[in-house]
Design a protein around this ligand. Structure first.
Ligand SMILES: [Zn+2]
Length: 449
């Protein structure tokens, strides 16, 4: 067996942090570096942003703060960002190179806005350059199924990062017509695809997918959303390629972490981000290995630093060293979102990853939407499937069986607090623009029309 290649983030982070130029560093060295950067970020944010000046007022002397002291500082929430994004801005408007507006599904309906300076975008380009070197080598071609027309958009930064590897990045944009995207893969001789999981699945499960010979595509990077195991297996089997996962969000500067050849968790951008796992109810930092909410602090961000930002994503750190040999920590697969679960009864919670695992294992289904409605004192789960019209009866039948196999659904049905159905075919355009993650639609509290 070939030895695993060490994550390329290892040597990059060594250089960025100035730790052991021979590449030998310990996790302790890394934490010491991060603590120093945390102190600087706290001082910078509380000096330059009106939000943090208020939020961190009276929190003491940041130049000597330790990890315990840091763990007692208040969190920043997505609602804080929605309320007044300008309060977070630490540079003049002239120095803002990119503004990203994200529509949110929250109750306020206020969009989130994020500001990045040229230097902030540059650090993302470097992350993409080093992260992508796991997947591609010089001379190869990458088709990017994400937005990229605007300067500073995710696709644009990815093209710039790939260019530094002598790899050609080609922005296609989000998939709206799978047959057209498949034709482009062939015409542009794409060795690698970067896309949103359900969109890549829509290509793999399309009849035209058979036109792509096995081995034509060498690698696929899936990003921005939860990735069910069945989806990875389907892509690997159909195209005979390696599948890697990326974890990130716009707030992180798009990029957060990427898998290495061991496919055993994400190695993170440790020089730019400090990630904590907290108990979402009490706010305490969890012991290593325990699951909780992902919280991050930016270590190098100029335009809009974020201190202890609550992502809503649930995950854990995997204890021990990675089989690739790097001492860099690994974040385990994100198991769902705190904001993307429904409580069906006390102690019966259903999160979207549970339905994803069950429903994406059905080959007839390309995507789905789950709505929860009120029904005689209990909840009703209504499902909209994206599938070929000819295969609808089979898809509905299998979806019913799959739902019955989800423990939380079964328990709720047995207890009489959940009814399932109807299951119908969705005819709307199913695709998001890439910035929005897929969510449950919970209409149980809405007033009847
Ligand atoms: Zn690794």
């Amino acid at each position: 067996m070939m030895p695993l290649r060490m994550t390329p983030l290892d040597s990059w982070i060594c250089r960025r942090t100035g730790l052991a130029p021979d590449g030998e560093f310990t996790r302790q060295d890394l934490r010491q570096y991060q603590l120093e950067r945390i102190r600087q970020s706290l001082a910078y944010a509380s000096r330059s942003s009106s939000f943090y000046r208020r939020q961190l007022d009276g929190c003491g002397d940041f130049s000597r703060i330790d990890f315990n002291g840091f763990a007692s500082l208040p969190f920043t929430t997505p609602e804080d960002l929605c309320r007044d994004p300008l309060e977070f801005l630490c540079v003049s408007h002239r120095e803002v190179a990119r503004v990203v507006t994200i529509r949110t599904s929250g109750t306020t309906g206020m969009p989130k806005r994020l500001f990045f300076s040229e230097a902030d975008l540059e650090s993302t380009i470097e992350f993409f350059r080093h992260g992508m070197s796991t997947l591609v080598r010089a001379g190869q071609r990458v088709l990017i199924l994400m937005p990229g027309e605007l300067p500073g958009s995710v696709g644009d930064l990815l093209v710039k990062g790939l260019d530094r590897l002598a790899v050609k990045g080609m922005v296609y944009g989000p998939v709206r017509d799978p047959a057209d995207a498949i034709a482009e893969i062939l015409a542009r001789r794409a060795d690698c695809l970067v896309g949103i999981p359900v969109q890549v699945l829509s290509l793999v499960r399309h009849p035209q997918s058979a036109r792509i010979p096995p081995g034509f595509i060498h690698s696929v990077l899936l990003s921005t959303d939860y990735v069910p195991a069945s989806l990875v297996e389907d892509i690997q089997r159909s195209w005979g390629c390696r599948v890697y996962q990326h974890y990130g969000m716009t707030e992180m500067g798009y990029g957060g972490g990427v898998e290495c050849d061991a496919h055993a968790g994400y190695h993170l951008r440790e020089a730019d981000l400090f990630v904590e796992i907290i108990d979402p109810a009490r706010g305490r930092v969890m012991p290593e290995g325990m699951s909780g909410e992902v919280v991050f602090t930016t270590l190098s961000r100029r335009a809009m630093p974020l201190i202890r930002y609550r992502t809503g994503d649930m995950a854990r750190f995997i204890p021990g060293a990675c089989p690739c040999g790097s001492p860099l920590p690994r974040l385990d697969k994100v198991r769902g979102r705190r904001t993307n679960e429904v409580v069906l009864a006390p102690k019966i919670r259903l999160d979207m990853s549970m339905l994803d695992e069950a429903l994406f294992a059905i080959p007839e289904i390309f995507d789905y939407r789950a709505e929860f409605l009120p029904a005689d004192g209990c909840s009703r789960l209504q499902l909209w499937l994206h599938c070929d019209v000819q295969r609808l009866p089979e898809a509905v039948h299998r979806a019913r069986q799959a739902l019955a196999g989800v423990p939380a659904v079964r328990a709720a049905v047995d207890r009489g607090v959940l009814a399932v159905g109807p299951i119908r075919r969705c005819t709307e355009n199913r695709f998001t623009t890439g910035a929005l993650k897929r969510t449950f639609i919970d209409r149980r509290q809405e007033e009847p029309a």
